[in-house]
Design a binder for this molecule. Structure first.
Ligand code: AMP
Ligand code: GLY
Length: 416
């Protein structure tokens, strides 16, 4: 099988790395990829939104896998389907479960999938009146894709009104702010549960936790993710079963019933509250940085699973997972998630322990020297029999990688 992975982050490096282990896979290409994927695959200099060029490059591919949400939301799967190029991922209509929070909430309400109490608004005045009548804290969400920045957890009415104004009037997130959701703030433990689905069978992955804030113990601004660990001990087998029965399977059935059959990876962001589990969000793809910790624990051939999703034969595949634990720590550039400089030499990548992965996001090479080229530079991922062992191994290896201004969280999996 020749496989093309679309995207350029550490998530796509992890997907390409896993695909390389498949005896079925002869060739992996990544578009556009990064310094890390160039080591194990062929990088194609094509942007994820350039569907035409991607389709031309895909004509000799046996399967195309999409990493990021934007091409899914813009209909890359529909476009490739028309050209009969095998691609795995949801159609534009099915991907609306991520690209429109209003659609996603309406779907959950209609099909009884547990989620936060709240309302959708397309009128600023009505949203404002609603906020003024609610207790705080409140969560205000832009409807559309906003690069992970469109959700504001407001502690006061003033803060919620300010968020509403920025989203709907100032249009801080552009057309994503034409509609909003205002909902209750849920308290509890957050966990991501992703699943492979061909639209009929739903095969859950291991649950995983990610870290969004830049500093230890969830201080500082949000980032694209500073680390992840898998699986969290607080999530019992019963709760996972409940999430499968009350969230993942009903969501796939609901989308089918709405004429939007879903094939791909479905990601449920869950809050485990004292009143039971509730959905915070759905994503239409692999999570980042969750995937970097989860995929090393996958024992079944990823290419086989992805092909089964495409050919709707997932029922025939037994998806197996290791009992180990996995911890991923992101090394970021000084200043990230604000402005940062790049081009600093990275040392130590050749000294990592056997079996430890370094999934690259913002790296490049010049004259054989690794250089930083992005905000999130790479994720160091390690596995162990226990979470403590995986964590110790991950940090032991993080300490060997150096570049000027590097920073990372020290508390990944500390309270797992
Ligand atoms: P979303 O993109 O909807 O997942 O929101 C991003 C983050 O905001 C989530 O990962 C949660 O940490 C937080 N969040 C979203 N909705 C809620 C809610 N109703 N209550 C508390 N936190 C929330
Ligand atoms: N880690 C959250 C996401 O991938 O959207």
């Amino acid at each position: 099988m020749r496989v093309l992975v679309i995207g350029s982050g550490a998530r796509e490096h992890a997907i390409a790395w896993k695909l390389k282990q498949s005896p079925r896979v002869t060739e992996v290409s990544v578009a556009p990829g990064n310094g890390g994927t160039a080591q194990i695959a062929e990088n194609l200099d094509i942007k994820p939104m350039d569907f035409e060029a991607l389709a031309v490059a895909s004509h000799h591919m046996d399967l195309v896998v999409v990493g990021p949400e934007e091409p899914l939301a813009k209909g890359i799967v529909d476009y490739f389907d028309q050209q009969r190029i095998p691609i795995v991922g949801p159609s534009r209509a099915a991907a609306e479960i991520e690209s429109s929070k209003v659609f996603s909430k309406a779907l959950m309400e209609k099909y009884g999938i547990p989620n936060a109490l709240g309302c959708s608004f397309s009128s600023y005045d009505q949203a404002r009146a609603y906020i003024e009548g609610q207790d705080t804290p409140l969560v205000v969400k832009a409807d559309g894709l906003a690069a992970g920045k469109g959700v504001i957890v407001a502690q006061s009415t003033k803060e919620a009104l300010g968020a509403l104004y920025r989203i709907m009037v100032e249009r801080a997130f552009g057309p994503a702010g034409e509609r909003v959701i205002v909902e209750e703030c849920l308290e509890g433990q957050e966990v991501s549960l992703m699943a492979f689905t061909d639209g009929i069978t739903v095969a859950p992955m291991l649950p995983v936790c990610d870290y969004k804030r830049v500093h230890d113990y969830d201080q500082g601004p949000n980032t694209g993710g500073m680390g992840s660990y898998c699986p969290p001990s607080f999530l019992t087998a019963e709760t996972i079963e409940e999430a499968q029965k009350r969230v993942l399977e009903p969501a796939v059935e609901a989308l089918a019933a709405e004429g939007r059959p879903y094939q791909g990876v479905l990601y449920a962001g869950l809050m485990i509250t004292p009143k039971g589990l509730k959905v915070l969000e759905f994503n239409a793809r692999f999570g980042d940085p969750e995937t970097q910790a989860v995929l090393p624990l996958l024992e079944t051939d990823l290419a086989q699973i992805l092909w089964a999703i495409y050919s709707q034969t997932l029922a025939q595949v037994k998806v197996r997972w290791s009992n180990d634990s996995s911890v991923g720590v992101v090394l970021a550039s000084q200043g990230y998630p604000g402005p940062y400089a790049t081009g600093f030499p990275i040392s130590g990548l050749g000294t990592l322990d056997e079996g430890v992965q370094a999934f690259h996001a913002g790296t490049g090479q010049a004259s054989g020297i690794w250089l930083t080229s992005g905000g999130r530079v790479l994720t160091v991922v390690a596995q162990g029999d226990t979470m403590a062992e995986a964590r110790e191994k991950a940090y032991r290896n993080v300490d060997r990688v150096h570049f000027q201004g590097a920073h990372y969280r020290k508390d990944i999996a500390a309270l797992s």
